[in-house]
Design a protein around this ligand. Structure first.
Ligand code: PLP
Length: 650
């Protein structure tokens, strides 16, 4: 039977609508992702089905250009769309609330510092007057060049600052930039005053407020009185007095807070903003030249599509967020009779996450439930009487599994396997019997699991069988490099196949990466209520590549990734919609070669080949290999040094 007819048989009653439902694509995709009739994932950069890009077609197109998976595909049009949505949400909240000032986002470049991404954000943000945020001196140096000739675009400078960081800010002010250093600890104000005096500049100054309102979400410690950032109210009063003393109160232009990333609960957004607005109103009434309220980042991403306050989700929409921010600040300002400030947010995740997709292939798998021994003995003829006692017990359990005895059979098999292992460890069971015991145990479990699937309610003792028996799909990625938050903080990312979606997935799998680290695996997947411990995948077909993708990976993953096992950066491409339909490749950034990652580790790559060549010459001289073999070996070594660090397949 050929593979396509095999597939058709299994697919009765299955359609791409079922795949959409199973992988919850509509829920987390927010209109950017869908599935076409070919069963391929499609990308809709404007949320509009009339303009869509077939992701599988893109992956094949890249392979034809020698850009094999793994690859990060950035859809620049999604980035542009995210910025537009943010601008529109605030514009409509501003108009609905009759707010008398405007809004601008400043993109925190730490979320994705890759030059191409920052440049795109800056380019697409121009029409909305958006700016950039930096958190360190190197980030500032990068942004100073990107914002060339853009005097009106805001640059907000957060993070701990030394004198040269502050000097760079002051010089940029002198160049005409709208740049605001935010005082994060009190000493910084002295450096600002010193540098301003030296360069004869009247700087704009911001201050980060240590709010009493607690932060929220996983990064809740970014706010609150114990946070490592910001000034206590007492220090802010001292700062106010110091500026008044220098006749520089007009320079204090911005108050800032950041209550944590991935704020999942809208209620935790309101309190800190309310408190910050009161600080603004007080300082304004005390003569500060305040013009801006900066509410920091934190706008969430609904990674699992559940719309709840679960940590990988958020229980509010972008419009609700904008509305709440505008309404709260306006209410306080009106009550305190102070002017409405310009609103700034430092949303990073919500801007960058959606536009990147990590696509990877699955070069192999392991399948426990394939160890089954058929009852008819066609796999192996088993002579029951010749079996040692625990193996015989396992054999009996295997043969007698029935719907009525599920739990009993499982316990019997479990116990018999324990005994078999003990006997092996004491030297009383040979390797052959131990192998048979292993197959019988898993075969029994597989039979029990198959019967459980027909039950309305699965006995508690057997609830884990599905996970125990799931396949492991080996994925051509390093989780430490490409999905570090999945490993470090258990962040959920939606993952699904990008093709064969008109075919019913028949296997359940956990995903393991190709690093030699048992932590390099993913065994939690999106689900509307809890998390799923296995992912529904298709059976692998010999000779065909199988592709999965992790979505919403544009925020934080690329820069937090590490070089575990020397798997470096993957290839990255920027794909754009074409005006006349279809797609085109705007940028290609080739992934790391073995040479490059070795260089990162301080290997002298000029020395690698000569060293090997010397060994080859030695081997030729001693007659261990021929000259032709030596030449082939040297060529092979050099090609591999220049090759992709990931598995390249055939
Ligand atoms: N602003 C500051 C000061 C931050 O520390 C962060 C990140 O933690 C952000 C903005 C971006 O936050 P998010 O990506 O959650 O919007």
């Amino acid at each position: 039977m050929n593979t396509s007819s095999k597939r058709t048989g299994a697919n009765l009653g299955w359609s791409t609508a079922d795949a959409l439902d199973l992988y919850r694509t509509d829920a987390w995709g927010k209109g950017y992702f869908g599935i076409n009739d070919l069963g391929h994932v499609v990308v809709r950069p404007h949320g509009n089905p009339s303009q869509e890009i077939d992701l599988f077609e893109v992956v094949q197109g890249l392979a034809a250009r020698d850009l094999a998976t793994p690859v990060v595909i950035r859809f620049s049009d999604i980035l542009a769309n995210r910025l537009r949505q943010l601008s529109e949400a605030f514009a409509s909240a501003i108009s609905e609330n009759d707010y008398r000032n405007r809004y601008a986002a400043v993109f925190p470049i730490k979320v994705n510092q890759q030059r191409l991404v920052v440049e795109e954000v800056f380019r697409y943000g121009r029409e909305f007057g958006f700016g950039l945020e930096v958190g360190s001196k190197p980030e500032l140096l990068a942004v100073m060049s990107i914002t060339e000739n853009s005097p009106d675009r805001l640059v907000i400078c957060n993070g701990f600052k030394d004198e040269s960081y502050i000097e760079a800010v002051i010089l940029a002010t002198k160049l005409g930039r709208t740049i605001i250093p935010v005082v994060e600890n009190f000493e910084e104000i002295h450096l600002i005053l010193k540098q301003a005096r030296l360069h004869e500049v009247r700087p704009r100054i911001g201050v980060r407020v240590k709010l009493a309102s607690e932060g929220a979400g996983r990064w809740r410690e970014s706010a609150g009185e114990k946070s490592k950032f910001g000034l206590f109210i007492t220090e802010i009063l001292n700062l106010h007095a110091l500026l008044a003393q220098h006749d520089m109160l007009d320079c204090l232009q911005l108050v800032h807070c950041h209550t944590g990333s991935q704020l999942q609960d809208i209620r935790r957004v309101k309190d800190p903003i309310n408190e910050l607005a009161h600080v603004y109103a007080e300082l304004k009434s005390m003569g500060a030249g305040l013009q801006y309220i900066d509410i920091g980042g934190g706008l969430g991403v609904d990674y699992d599509g559940s719309g709840t306050n679960y940590e990988s989700s958020m229980n509010y929409t972008l419009n609700e967020y904008a509305s709440d921010v505008v309404y709260r600040i306006k209410s306080v300002c009106d009550a305190r009779r102070v002017p409405h400030p310009m609103l700034i947010s430092e949303s990073g995740r919500a801007i960058a996450a959606h536009h990147s997709v990590l696509v990877f292939d699955v070069p192999g798998r392991s399948q426990l439930d394939q160890m089954r021994i058929s009852n008819g003995g066609s796999d192996e003829a088993v002579d029951r009487d010749a079996l040692p006692a625990p193996v015989r017990d396992l054999y009996d359990s295997f043969r007698t599994v029935s719907e009525r005895r599920l739990v009993e059979c499982y316990h019997d098999a479990f116990q018999a396997r324990e005994q078999a292992l003990q006997m092996f460890n004491l030297g009383y069971l040979n390797l052959e019997f131990r192998g048979l015991a292993e197959r019988l145990f898993w075969g029994t479990c597989a039979k029990i699991r198959d019967l459980c699937r027909k039950l309305d309610e699965i006995p508690e003792e057997l609830a884990d069988l599905e996970v125990m028996l799931s396949d492991t799909y080996f994925c051509n990625i390093s989780i430490f490099q490409s999905l570090p938050d999945s490993w470090a903080i258990g962040q959920l990312f939606p993952i699904m196949p990008i093709h064969r979606l008109n075919e019913r997935p028949t296997r359940n799998a956990v995903l393991a990466d190709i690093t030699c680290d048992s932590d390099g695996k993913i065994d939690r997947f999106v689900h509307p209520r809890e998390t799923k411990r296995t992912l529904e995948v298709h059976d692998l077909v010999a000779g065909e590549r199988y592709y999965l993708a992790a979505f919403l990976v544009g925020a934080y993953q690329e820069t937090l990734g590490d070089l575990h096992n020397l798997f470096g950066d993957t290839h990255v491409v920027h794909i754009r919609l074409h005006d006349e339909g279809g797609w085109w490749i705007e940028e290609i950034v080739k992934g790391d070669t073995a040479n490059r990652v070795l260089e990162y580790m301080e290997y002298d790559t000029d020395e690698l080949s000569p060293r090997l060549a010397r060994d080859c010459e030695r081997a030729v001289r001693e007659g261990r290999i021929s000259l032709a073999q030596s030449q082939a070996f040297k060529r092979f070594y050099e090609t591999e040094l220049d090759g992709y660090a990931y598995l390249e397949g055939d």
